[in-house]
Every structure is written in C-alpha cells, then in structure tokens.
Design a protein around this ligand. Structure first.
Ligand code: NAP
Length: 266
C-alpha cells in the first residue's frame, strides 16, 4: 500500500498520477483536515486513513506531501509506528538526515523534488536516497514519480540546485510570459488579445522543441539576420540577460541551501 500524507496541491497531483499506474485499492490518503478528503468519499475503492498511525500501519511506502513547517509533526506521528516502511518526502529543504534522525531507527528515506507540472503529469522530479535506503527503494520511488512525469536520480547535494532549476522553473517561465503579455498590451493589444498571443506562442514553441534540440539552433531558425527577432535578441545580449538569469538561479540555489540548513539535524 502507498500512503499519501497531505492532500494539498502536490498530494492531489500525486494521487492523480498514482491512480493511472496503481490499483486504487493500493493507495491510502490522509490529511489532518478531514474535509479535504471528503470529496474522495464517493470513491469506495480508494482508502482514506483516519490517522498517521493508520497510514504507518497499512502502508509499505509513505509519501510525505506536507509543507516543510509541518513535517516535524508528521514524523513525530509516524515515529512510534515506524516499521521499515519506505519514507518518501517531497518537502523542500528537508534533508534525508533530518528525517532519519527524527524517526531514529535507521529508516529508509528517499527525498524527491517534483514541480508544479505534476498537475498535468509533466513534472520533472529529482530523486535521491538517504543513508539507509537501498537502490531498490530508489527504483520504487522512481516508479511512483514517473506516474507524474519524468525523473532524474541524483546525489542529494544536487537536490537544491535542481530545485533552483526545475522546481522553481515553472515560476520563471510564467514570469517571462507575464512580461511578454505586458509588452503586448503596451503595443496596443487588448488584455484578451495579448493573452491569446502569448499563450499560443508559448504552447506552439513548447510543442516545437524536443529534448535533443540545441536551443541556440532553434533561436537561429526564428532570428533572420537584421530581422525583428535579432533586434530584440541583440538588446537582450546588450543588457546581459544571460548573466541576469544565471545570477537569479544562483540566488534561488543559495536560498534552497539556507532553507535546508536548519533541517539538517532534527
Ligand atoms: N507546490 C509546488 O509547486 C511544490 C513543488 C515541489 C515540492 N513541493 C513540496 O510539496 C509539499 C506540499 O506542498 P503543497 O503545495 O502541496 O502544500 P499544501 O497545498 O499546503 O498541502 C499540504 C497539505 O498537508 C496538510 N497537512 C499539514 N499538516 C499535516 C499533518 N500533520 N498531517 C496530515 N496532513 C497535514 C495541509 O493541511 P492544512 O492546509 O490544514 O495545513 C494540506 O492539506 C511542500 O513541502 C513543498 O515544499 C511543492
């Protein structure tokens, strides 16, 4: 049985993915706010737990999908009933050693970092194992998270840099789209027209690229010499857009490290 603790944004996305890959009677959901899972009541095959004890008792894998500030109470709730289950945490900044120390019985822990695109099964998820988890545990976690997108297994020291790139990535892209939309309005388009242009440009460009593509080669396909795109790109270069992006990512990475520090020891 796979137990999900925390039925918020990510818990919901995870459940959606799991239900397309696992039999529903193999999934158990728990949230301290019972009203959140009340909508699931109609699904009679899906299990709903009444307590953390029940989750720990019935699950061989426990996915913790609560906010980092709530993780301590969840671990305290599981600790007493821990009996070799695989614990998977998606909480930003919470290290495997923090969880290991809080549980205190050489627990099997895997830390993962998905992103918001999990909602449409297109998450990019980083996965790393703790000291006591095996490669089989890692593969088990990978199988679960492949149900919401694609996965990259890596050492835990790369989880914070991955958070800065793919965890926060959708936010950067949304911000760029907002800037493009704002520019369209400045050129005289109505808000609705601007949204239409930006949305469809983004969707089209997204469908155009494949993982093998060289992004600069794609840029060349759009930017003919002395044309409009090149004019804008030259201005990006003059203003050192690439350096601004790099510095912003470094800031996100540093912030992820800061958030991890108090969560290294329990
Ligand atoms: N959202 C993202 O894009 C994203 C991306 C990657 C990773 N993450 C990570 O995913 C985790 C969850 O994020 P989220 O956006 O899904 O948060 P969320 O929407 O707040 O969901 C968390 C859920 O857990 C519940 N909860 C809190 N304490 C609990 C407890 N002791 N036992 C059971 N349930 C409890 C919360 O209830 P209350 O609301 O009543 O507290 C809420 O329903 C976070 O740690 C975050 O770092 C999020």
């Amino acid at each position: 049985m796979i137990g999900i603790v925390g039925y918020g944004n990510m818990g919901r996305a995870l459940l959606g993915g799991l239900l397309s890959n696992y039999r529903r009677e193999r999934v158990l959901v728990y949230d301290k706010d019972r009203s959140k899972i009340s909508k699931l009541k109609k699904d009679s095959l899906l299990r709903k737990a009444k307590s953390l004890e029940e989750v720990a008792d019935k699950s061989s894998t426990i996915i913790i999908a609560v906010k980092p500030q709530n993780i301590r109470e969840v671990l305290e709730g599981i600790r007493e009933f821990y009996c070799n289950q695989l614990i998977i945490s998606i909480a930003a900044g919470i290290t495997t050693s923090f969880i290991e120390k809080a549980i205190g019985k050489k627990p099997k822990v895997v830390r993962v970092m998905p992103n918001l695109s999990a909602e449409v099964k297109r998450s990019v998820t980083g996965i790393s194992k703790g000291r006591y988890a095996s490669l089989v545990d890692l593969k088990k976690a990978e199988r679960i998270f492949k149900s919401i997108g694609s996965c990259l297994i890596l050492k835990e020291k790369y989880i914070n840099p991955l958070t800065a790139i793919s965890g926060s990535g959708p936010g950067y892209i949304f911000y760029f789209l907002y800037c493009l939309e704002d520019s369209a309005v400045s050129l005289g388009f109505s808000k609705r027209e601007a949204r239409f242009l930006v949305f469809n440009t983004f969707k089209g460009a997204g469908e155009l690229i494949s993982e093998k593509d060289d992004f600069l080669e794609l840029v060349k396909k759009v930017a003919s010499p002395r044309g409009t795109t090149e004019e804008a790109l030259l201005y990006f270069k003059k203003k050192n857009f690439k350096r601004i992006v790099k510095e912003a990512i470094e800031k996100a990475n540093k912030r992820a490290e800061e958030l991890s520090k108090p969560c290294t020891t329990a």
